[in-house]
Unconditional design. Structure first.
Lengths: 459, 441
C-alpha cells in the first residue's frame, strides 16, 4: 500500500477527479554499498509491514549445459546457511508469520520477503544468511532432487503449467532465451552440490545485485542496518557478462504438437518475436495489446469467448526480456473445435494488420490502461519488486511518472504503426498440447510440423 | 490516516493495523441492501464488491451450476446496457471487473479509478434491476462455461478429485455437487430457470455491498440511494433446510486418471464458519500445513519424502462443510503409505496435543495474514464482506485476532479429537489404475 507524494495528496484534497492524472512513484532513496550492492529504500507506513526484494542476474540464461541449474541454485539458498539448518530457518520464518522466497526466472534470480516491522531485525538477518552465507548441504539437495524429479513429471499433468517452456524451447531453441526455467530429468539427475555451489559463486555478486526495502521503517536507521549486514558480502567483482545475441527471426511458420493422449482440450500458443523491456515503444505496444488481447473486451476474448463460446478465455501478451522478447496469443478449446479456434484466433489477430485500430477503441484502451495502473503498485511488495526491476532493466521512476503522459500521447496513427511494427504478421510459431490422434491432421496446415510426446523428458 | 488499532495485544507491544473499526461506516437502504464504506485515499482508485447470498447450496439436481452460470449472465446485457455494454462501458471508464461463485455466495468485483464511481453505480443498478436474458447470449455462454469446467479438470488434479470426494462425503446436503455444476445440467437448464433464479436471489435485501478506496462516504451514500434505492425488495428466498446426517463410517473412493503419482484427498466433516470451534479449527489447520515448518509438510514432504506437496484447507461456509487434506505422492510412493503418514500426524495431535510455541506461531501467522489483506483496497473490501456474511458482522474482522488469542493448546487437541475421526472422513485417491483393475470395476 502506498501513499502518494505530498503534492499529490494536496491535490487529491482539492480536486479528486484529477487524482488519476497525478499518479507518481513515492519518493525513494538509492545508494551503493562499498561492495557494489545497490540499495533502494522507500518508506510506506500504512500497514506495519516491510517487504524486501533482491535481484541478481543469475537466471536460466546462465544454465550453460545444465538445464535447471539456476532455478535449483535459487531454491538451494534456503536449504540451510552457515548459522541455520534448513529446519531452523523455516521455523524462524514461520514463527514470525513472515514469508521468504527465493526463485529464478529466465534472466534473473532473486528473493522476496514480507515481515512485520517489529520483526525486522530477525528477518533481515535471515535474508542476509540466505543470500550471503548459504551452506548447500548435501543431504538437503538429495531430498530436493528426489522431489524435483517427481515434480518434473507431475507438472506435465497441467498443460497450462508447461506450455511456455515448450514454446521457449521450440522457438528460441539454442539461444539462451530457449533455456527453460524448469530443468530436465536427465540434467537434474546429474546435478551435484558442487555444481550448485559453483553456480552461486560465479553468478551471485553484490556488485551486480540490488536490494529494495519498502515499508514501515525509518530510512536512516534502515540504511545503517543494511550497511552493517551486507558489508561482508564479498563476491569477486562482477559476474562474467554473457553475450546474449539478437534472437534470429523465424524463417517459416512452424508447429510443435505435444501429444497428451488423455487431453480433453487443446491448449495452444501462437507467437513470434516480441520487444525488449527497454524498447522505446514499450508503453504504446502495451496499449495496442490491450485492444488485441489484454482485457475482457479485447478482440481475441470477444471473438473466441463472447461471440463463439469456444473458450473460457483468450488473450495475448508481450513477454519482454533485456535484449528481446516474445509475443504470444494463448487460449484453449475442446478437442473438436481446435481448428475452428485457431482459425478464428488468426483471423482476429490479422484484423490488427489489415483493418487497424479506430479512435474510439484506442480511447477506451487508453482509459483502461491508465485506470488500472495505480493498483499495480499498491503494496510494499509490489513497489519493492518494481524497484529491483528498475535496477535490472535499467529504467527509473520517470517510466512510472511519465506513464500516463505516454499513454495520452498515443494517437491512432501511431497506434497503427506500432501494431504493424511490433506484432509479427508472418512466420508465426504454433505450440499445441493436445490429443495428437484427433487434431494432428487439422493442424499440419499451419506450418512445418514437429511432434513430441508429453511423457518424453524435457521440452 | 495513520492510527493504531487497539484491540490486539500479542506479547505486550504489537499494535497491528492502521484501519480501525470506526473507519468502516455502514448504512442500510430502505429496500434492505446493506452498504459498507471504507475510505482509503492511498491510491486514486476504488472498488465495489457486491456479495449475494446465493451459491451452489441453493441449487437442486437439474440446475446444478446455475449460480455460477448466472454469475456469467450478469455480464451479458440489461435494459440500458445491452449485451457486451457492461464490460465495454466499464473498461472505457478505466474500470475492470470479475466475479466468483462459491458453494455459498456469488461475489461481483469492480475495480475503477475513483472518478468513475457514478458509472459503476449506474452499471450495477441497471443489471440488478433490469437484467435482460438474451437467448443467443445464454447459448454462447454455455460453451464458455463448459470450457471453464473442462479446463479446470484438464489442468487441476485437485479439482478433478475434489468433485468426486464431495459427491461421496455428502449424501444429502447440496455441497455434494461441484460449484460449476454437472455437464448435463449446464447443457440443459432453460432461460426460465435463470429468470426464476434472478427474481429469487438478486433482490437488494439479499446483498451486501462493500466500497473501499478513494471515495467520500457522503457521496457514496447519495449514489447508493439514487441508484440502488429504487430497486424493490423481494420476499426473502427460502432457507436451505437440508442438514447433512451424521456420517456413520469411513467412506472411500478411487478415481482413475493418467497421473505420474497418486493424489490423495482426505475430507473430515467440520462445522460451519461462525461456529464456536471455528477459530480452534483454523489454528489446527495452520499447524497442519501452513509453511514448511508445519507438521504435515515437515513430516511428509521433508523428513519422510513421501509427498511432493501437501496442504489442508477449510472453506468459509454457511453450513457444516469439510476440512480437506490434500497430498501428491512422491515417485514410487503408494497412496497407502501417504495416508498412514497423514493419519499418524493427526493422531499425534489428538494424543499429545500441540506445543505453546507452535500455537504462538500460528497465531502470529493469522495476524500477518490479516495484515496482508489490509495492504490493498481489494483485500479490505473482500475481507470486510466475508466477515459480514460468514460471521454476521464485519466488526468481527477487527476482533478476530482476539478470538485467535483466546484459543488454547487444549482447544486444539479437543477439536482434533472431536472432528479428525475415522468414521467422520472420506478418503479419495486419484491414480493411474492398471487395466485389470479397470475391467474388474
Amino acid at each position: 500500500m502506498k501513499k502518494l507524494s505530498i503534492f499529490c495528496c494536496l491535490l487529491l484534497m482539492c480536486l479528486q477527479v484529477m487524482a488519476q492524472e497525478e499518479f507518481k512513484l513515492p519518493a525513494y532513496e538509492k545508494f551503493q554499498l562499498k561492495n557494489g550492492l545497490t540499495v533502494y529504500l522507500m518508506e510506506q507506513h500504512e500497514v506495519p509491514l516491510i517487504s524486501v526484494s533482491v535481484v541478481t542476474p543469475a537466471g536460466a540464461v546462465r544454465n550453460g549445459e545444465q538445464p535447471g541449474l539456476a532455478d535449483i541454485t535459487a531454491d538451494a539458498l534456503r536449504y540451510g546457511t552457515e548459522n541455520y539448518t534448513k529446519a531452523q530457518l523455516e521455523e524462524a520464518i514461520d514463527f514470525m508469520g513472515a514469508s521468504l522466497y527465493t526463485s529464478a526466472g529466465k534472466e534473473t534470480a532473486g528473493l522476496s520477503a514480507t515481515f512485520a516491522a517489529k520483526d525486522s531485525e530477525k528477518a533481515l538477518e535471515l535474508i542476509k544468511e540466505v543470500l550471503v552465507k548459504p551452506a548447500f548441504p548435501e543431504e538437503e539437495w538429495e531430498k530436493a532432487q528426489t522431489r524435483l524429479l517427481a515434480q518434473l513429471d507431475q507438472q506435465k499433468e497441467s498443460p497450462r503449467a508447461v506450455i511456455h517452456d515448450y514454446y521457449d524451447s521450440f522457438v528460441f531453441d539454442e539461444h539462451p532465451y530457449g533455456n527453460t526455467d524448469s530443468g530436465t530429468k536427465a540434467s537434474v539427475k546429474n546435478i551435484e552440490v558442487e555444481d550448485i555451489r559453483s553456480f552461486y559463486e560465479e553468478n551471485y555478486h553484490p556488485a551486480a545485485s540490488a536490494i529494495a526495502v519498502v515499508g514501515d521503517f525509518k530510512k536512516a536507521e534502515m540504511k545503517k542496518k543494511l550497511q552493517k549486514l551486507f558489508k561482508d558480502w564479498k563476491g569477486k567483482g562482477k559476474p562474467e557478462s554473457i553475450n546474449i545475441a539478437e534472437v534470429p527471426e523465424p524463417e517459416k511458420p512452424r508447429v510443435l504438437l505435444v501429444n497428451k493422449p488423455d487431453a480433453r482440450e487443446t491448449t495452444f500458443l501462437i507467437g513470434g518475436p516480441g520487444i525488449s523491456r527497454n524498447n522505446e515503444d514499450f508503453v504504446p505496444a502495451q496499449v495496442v495489446n490491450t485492444i488485441l488481447g489484454g482485457r475482457f473486451t479485447s478482440w481475441l476474448n470477444d471473438e473466441l469467448r463472447v461471440n463463439s463460446g469456444l473458450t473460457y478465455g483468450a488473450r495475448s501478451a508481450f513477454d519482454a526480456y533485456k535484449k528481446d522478447g516474445k509475443f504470444v496469443i494463448s487460449t484453449f478449446t475442446k478437442n473438436e473445435s481446435t481448428e475452428e479456434a485457431i482459425d478464428l484466433a488468426l483471423k482476429t489477430y490479422h484484423r490488427l494488420h489489415e483493418q487497424g485500430i479506430d479512435a474510439k477503441t484506442l480511447e477506451s484502451a487508453k482509459n483502461y490502461v491508465k485506470g488500472q495502473y495505480p493498483p499495480r503498485y499498491e503494496t510494499a511488495g509490489e513497489l519493492a519488486s518494481l524497484l529491483t526491476s528498475m535496477y535490472f532493466y535499467d529504467f527509473d521512476e520517470s517510466f512510472i511518472n511519465n506513464f500516463q503522459e505516454k499513454v495520452d500521447a498515443l494517437d491512432v496513427e501511431t497506434a497503427n504503426a506500432v501494431a504493424k511494427e511490433y506484432f509479427p504478421a508472418e512466420n508465426l510459431q504454433f505450440v499445441l498440447i493436445g490429443k495428437a490422434e484427433e487434431i494432428k491432421d487439422e493442424v499440419k496446415k499451419y506450418g512445418e510440423l514437429t511432434e513430441k510426446e508429453i511423457s518424453a523428458d524435457g521440452f | 490516516m495513520k492510527r493504531f488499532l487497539l484491540a490486539f495485544l500479542l506479547c505486550s507491544s504489537a499494535a497491528f493495523g492502521q484501519t480501525e473499526v470506526e473507519d468502516v461506516k455502514s448504512f442500510t437502504l430502505d429496500n434492505g441492501m446493506k452498504v459498507l464504506v471504507l475510505e482509503d485515499h492511498s491510491i486514486p482508485n476504488a472498488n465495489m464488491y457486491l456479495f449475494w447470498k446465493v451459491g451452489s447450496r441453493n441449487e437442486y439436481p437439474g440446475i446444478t451450476g446455475l449460480s455460477h452460470f448466472f454469475e456469467h449472465m450478469m455480464f451479458n446485457g440489461s435494459e440500458k446496457y445491452g449485451p457486451k455494454m457492461f464490460d465495454r462501458t466499464m473498461e472505457a471508464a478505466g474500470g475492470s471487473n470479475n466475479a466468483y461463485t462459491t458453494e455459498n455466495v456469488t461475489v461481483y468485483t469492480d475495480w475503477f479509478p475513483s472518478s468513475s464511481i457514478e458509472t459503476i453505480f449506474d452499471l450495477e443498478a441497471d443489471r440488478i434491476a433490469n437484467l435482460a436474458l438474451d437467448s443467443a447470449m445464454v447459448e454462447s455462454e454455455r460453451g464458455v462455461v463448459l470450457s471453464e469446467r473442462s479446463t479446470g479438470l484438464e489442468n487441476s488434479n485437485y479439482r478433478f478429485l475434489n468433485e468426486q470426494v464431495k459427491a461421496v462425503a455428502f449424501m444429502a446436503h447440496p455441497y455434494r455437487w461441484p460449484v460449476i455444476g454437472y455437464e448435463s445440467d449446464i447443457k440443459n437448464w432453460t432461460k426460465e430457470d435463470l429468470q426464476r433464479y434472478f427474481e429469487t436471489y438478486y433482490a437488494p435485501n439479499n446483498a451486501v455491498v462493500v466500497i473501499t478506496g478513494d471515495v467520500d462516504y457522503e457521496n457514496v451514500k447519495k449514489l447508493a440511494e439514487e441508484y440502488f434505492g429504487p430497486i424493490p425488495a423481494q420476499e426473502p428466498p427460502r432457507e436451505v433446510h437440508t442438514v447433512e446426517p451424521p456420517q456413520l463410517g469411513e467412506k472411500r473412493l478411487v478415481v482413475d486418471k493418467s497421473v505420474s503419482t497418486p493424489n490423495l484427498m482426505m475430507a473430515y466433516h467440520v462445522p460451519e464458519t461462525g461456529s464456536e470451534d471455528y477459530y480452534a479449527l483454523e489454528l489446527m489447520n495452520a499447524i497442519l500445513s501452513n509453511g514448511n515448518s508445519s507438521r504435515l509438510y515437515n513430516s511428509l514432504v521433508d523428513q519422510q519424502q513421501l509427498a511432493t506437496s501437501v496442504f489442508s484447507y477449510v472453506p468459509e461456509s454457511f453450513d457444516p462443510n469439510l476440512l480437506y487434506i490434500y497430498a501428491v505422492a512422491g515417485k514410487g510412493v503408494e497412496e497407502t503409505a501417504l495416508e498412514e503418514a497423514i493419519t499418524a500426524e493427526l493422531e499425534k495431535i489428538k494424543t499429545e496435543g500441540v506445543s505453546e510455541k507452535e500455537l504462538e506461531k500460528v497465531k502470529n501467522q493469522k495476524l500477518m495474514e490479516l495484515y496482508r489483506t489490509l495492504e490493498t483496497i481489494n483485500g479490505k473490501a473482500n475481507t470486510l464482506g466475508t466477515y459480514e456474511l460468514f460471521f454476521g458482522d464485519y466488526k468481527k474482522m477487527f476482533t478476530a485476532p482476539e478470538q485467535y488469542q483466546k484459543v488454547t493448546a487444549a482447544d486444539i487437541q479437543r477439536v482434533a479429537n472431536k472432528y479428525l475421526k475415522r468414521e467422520n472422513r472420506t478418503v479419495g485417491v486419484l491414480k493411474d489404475l492398471p487395466e485389470e483393475e479397470e475391467t474388474a470395476q
